[in-house]
Write a new protein. Structure first.
Length: 124
């Protein structure tokens, strides 16, 4: 890709983070993978510096909740237009994503074809 699209992935599961990072990099995306987040301020700094085209946000993380992160980003005048895909193994992921204000959701574990379909939908 001449100007690869940028994807930010925030997840506290190191194995999942590594796998999804490799999947996207292999397909030509520029990826920033964050193993959880130290704070909402840290996340905002990373978004400001990386300027992703798409964000994948985990729901349950030990320090910050994905819902708080989504709400913070969607309230920001510059970052509110960045699509956020909420993902989790939680049974109520769709309702949680809607409540957080995410643009879409994926339930873990997900099928690779569905991951790529959703990614392309938001990056086209």
């Amino acid at each position: 890709m001449a100007n690869p699209k940028k994807i930010l992935i925030v997840d506290d599961d190191a194995d999942h983070l590594l796998a999804i990072n490799l999947i996207f990099q292999k397909r030509g995306y520029e990826v920033l993978a964050l193993l959880g987040c130290e704070s909402l301020e840290h996340l905002e700094d990373e978004v400001r510096n990386f300027l992703p085209d798409l964000i994948f946000m985990d729901h349950e993380m030990p320090i910050i909740c994905g819902a708080d992160a989504v709400k913070m980003l969607k309230a920001h005048p510059v970052y509110k237009t960045i699509p956020i895909i909420y993902f989790s193994g939680h049974e109520r992921i769709e309702a949680l994503a809607r409540k957080a204000g995410a643009d879409h959701w994926l339930k873990k574990p997900y099928v690779l074809d569905r991951l790529m379909e959703v990614t392309k939908q938001y990056l086209s």
